[in-house]
Design a protein around this ligand. Structure first.
Ligand code: GCW
Length: 732
């Protein structure tokens, strides 16, 4: 057939009449056009994320699904329509048309007998008869989540025969935190500029706002903090609040509420009282009036996120008050409207000489129980700062009378930024599944290992009323949203874990790969293997065995373990790795800073003892001699070198794997990832060579067999300047 078509269009005989030749040329043009169109359709710029809805190739599956889904019932207690149900209907219509070529009949109905497990935001999906699926929920947004879940099942080619699901989120506030500045740069953003076009708001609303909200809703996310925690008071001015309200309106049908980061001195900055003392009645009144103004514009406004007395930001301590005084004045203003405060625990003070990783715990534990019920203390996963690996933060399990919210970083500040593959679900799961040995009221009934961070933050241990999980977003104006095509997996994984932290990293990687690339096992198997290995690989070639904070200054891209000249001691990598002629690592046992005392005795005991401390945390907690015998039988020095080498080799392995995928992946994303892997391999070598050359000046030992000699001298790596790296102002 193909050959015949070909010969038909190529055999243009000179003798043919002109009109006939013209007809043939026109048809040829059409066919070439169609062919190009087809190849364009095959190309994929990543914009559609995991919501691609391409036609399922397997005809029998398509037919079976179409038969089961020809009638859909969207059921809520009152059965009436709403913008959210319209969004659900539109999604189902587009999705089923795309996937199955089906024009489903969609009706609204009243829900009856909803199982209790559906909760406020969950959904139930079940079949009724042969051709009907009912999606029911307590609120319209639950139906929307159910619609996305159903479409996910269809995309994943899950047989619908026994469809009968009830699902509800374990955590009630599931947020993306955008570190977006009002000039549209993004602090630690590697995917272009901010999606929010502040200057053009509120009049012009980029259609992308809805696409953003839709993508978030497809994962069950329900909130967005729009601006950087290093906040500009301008966001609270009346003009800017109207812009915020416009975004809130765009997001509302998708169940995304807006929240704002506030600068502590906003009352002063915006012409109110000339103090920001939280105990000043004028300040409290200013906040109440401001909050009332916000709720007039945005009735479902979520609340405030605050970074105070941290890294130079102002805060209540500037007035001799505590974090609780600060949080509570905001909480009192928000409470009548149902708003909340997320008060960040990421604090450390220049004049404080205590080990930086101990400072947040020292500050917040004495305040436990002093916060209003609508305040959550938002805590980074580890006690330092989103390193490739950290032990969990001791405030999890520590705070017993205060809501503890988990803050994760989706954007890859310390894990390769926009150029490297690092699938973060394994990192997040490591934290969520870590046992804090917390002794909550329910502890008596709990089995060991059930006081995990996940269960602390979802309220199972201490039964706190407010539960929150937040991820620092990796989105931006890049066409594919996240810069690195594979970084979409991190947005996806964060959303899925925010809904259910019991999901596994592997299951999420499998889902994402199939939704975003293909259900073909020849794609799924290698891509998920790369994803799942990637975080550990980045750890290996950058900061293995519990090393941390070795990065270059400012932009934080690439190695800088030698940095020792920054004005605060705890900004310098040498403060953390403590390399000397005897060995390497920070002593946080009783002979050192004793950061271990902040953990439950069961945890502290395990990590304090070299014999039981896992290799992963070794140099986080211990200063270890270069010749110390590791579990592998190798010396610390040899083991360290081999981790760095192994990291480089893993990336090379992915390059081969990825090359093998060329016939199975669209050209655009294939080429993009291929190029980024070239960069990652080179970056991995730089990390290895720079760190090993530097540590070798202390260890004075040769590189073991199997470790490649460095390409340059230490001087060379120390002189490298990375100018205009994204996500941070330039360093000269
Ligand atoms: O990780 C550090 C970042 C800062 C960030 C800070 C924080 C928003 O380097 O850019 O500031 O953490 O979390 O407040």
């Amino acid at each position: 057939m193909i050959r015949r078509t070909f010969s038909f269009f190529t055999a243009t005989r000179k003798s043919a009449p002109l009109a006939w030749r013209c007809v043939r040329m026109a048809i040829a043009g059409l066919v070439i056009g169609l062919a190009l169109g087809a190849s364009r359709a095959f190309a994929d710029d990543g914009y559609r994320l995991w919501l691609r809805y391409d036609r399922i190739a397997d005809e029998s599956l398509r037919t079976a699904d179409a038969a089961a889904l020809s009638h859909l019932v969207l059921a809520t207690p009152d059965g009436t329509d709403s913008p959210t149900l319209t969004a659900a209907r539109n999604e189902l219509t587009a999705g089923l048309k795309g996937l199955l070529g089906l024009d489903a009949k969609i009706d609204l109905a009243k829900s009856t007998d909803l199982p209790a497990a559906v909760g406020a935001e969950g959904y139930s999906l079940h079949r009724r008869g042969r051709d009907t699926v009912v999606i029911s929920a307590r609120h319209d947004v639950g139906v929307l989540y159910g619609a996305f879940a159903l479409l996910r099942d269809v995309q994943l080619q899950t047989p619908l025969a026994k469809l009968d699901t009830v699902s509800a989120p374990k955590i009630s506030r599931r947020l993306l935190d955008h570190w977006d500045n009002l000039d549209r740069t993004i602090e630690r953003g590697y995917a272009g500029f901010s999606l929010w076009e502040w200057f053009y708001l509120p009049e012009y609303r980029n259609p992308r706002y809805r696409d953003y909200a839709r993508a978030c809703a497809s994962l069950g996310l329900n909130g967005a903090v729009l601006n950087n925690v290093n906040a500009d008071s301008l966001i609270l001015s009346s003009l800017w609040l109207r812009k915020v309200a416009a975004l809130a309106e765009e997001f509302r049908p998708y169940g995304i509420r807006v929240y704002l980061s506030v600068r502590w001195t906003a009352p002063k900055d915006l012409g109110g009282p000339q103090t920001a003392d939280p105990l000043d009645p004028g300040v409290a009144a200013w906040w109440r009036a401001k909050v009332d103004e916000i709720y007039k514009l945005i009735p479902d406004f979520g609340g405030f996120l605050v970074k105070a007395n941290s890294e130079g930001e102002p805060g209540p301590q500037d007035y001799g008050r505590t974090h609780a005084d600060g949080a509570n004045v905001l909480a009192d203003a928000l409470a009548p409207h149902g708003g909340i405060v997320m008060w960040r625990a990421f604090v450390y003070a220049a004049e404080n000489t205590t080990d930086r990783v101990k400072q947040a715990y020292n500050e917040f534990m004495p305040l436990d129980g002093k916060f209003r019920p609508n305040v959550a203390i938002q805590i980074k996963n580890g006690p330092l700062d989103f390193m490739p690996r950290e032990p969990f933060h001791p405030l999890f399990g520590g705070l017993a009378h205060t809501s503890a919210a988990l803050e994760l970083q989706i954007t890859q500040e310390y894990l390769g930024q926009g150029t490297q593959l690092a699938y973060l679900a394994p990192l997040w799961k490591e934290v969520l599944d870590a046992d804090t040995f917390a002794r909550g009221p329910a502890r008596g009934e709990l089995a060991e290992s059930s006081s995990t961070v996940g269960r602390v933050i979802d309220g199972s241990i201490y039964h706190q009323p407010l539960t929150v999980i937040a991820g620092v977003a990796n989105t931006g104006t890049d066409r594919d949203w996240t810069g690195h095509p594979l970084a979409q997996a991190n947005w996806y994984a964060f959303g899925r874990l925010a809904w259910d932290h019991d999901l596994t990293a592997a299951a999420i990687a499998d889902e994402w790969t199939r939704l975003t690339y293909s259900n073909d096992p020849r794609v799924v198997q290698p891509v998920t293997a790369m994803l799942l290995a990637s975080r550990e690989t980045v750890v290996d070639y950058s900061m293995p065995l519990g090393l941390h904070h070795l990065m270059a200054t400012g932009h934080h891209y690439g190695p800088g373990p030698w940095v020792a000249d920054l004005k605060r001691p705890d900004w310098n990598p040498v403060y953390y790795h403590r390399a000397d002629e005897n060995g390497l690592g920070a002593d946080r046992t009783v002979t050192g800073s004793n950061a271990l005392e902040q953990y439950a005795p069961e945890v502290a005991k395990r990590w304090a003892d070299l014999a039981t401390c896992p290799d992963e945390y070794l140099l986080w907690f211990h200063h270890v001699p270069w010749d110390y015998r590791m579990r592998s039988g190798r010396t610390l020095w040899d083991e360290l070198c081999l981790h760095y080498q192994h990291g480089v080799e893993s990336v090379r392995g992915w390059q081969k794997t990825w090359d093998g995928l060329q016939p199975l992946i669209d050209a655009e994303r294939f080429a993009h990832v291929k190029a980024l892997l070239v960069r990652q391999e080179s970056d991995a070598r730089d990390w290895r060579d720079a760190c090993l050359l530097y540590f070798q000046t202390f260890s004075k030992r040769p590189l073991p067999a199997g470790v490649e000699p460095p390409a340059h001298t230490l001087d060379y790596y120390q002189a490298v300047k990375r100018r205009y790296a994204p996500g941070h102002g330039d360093e000269k």
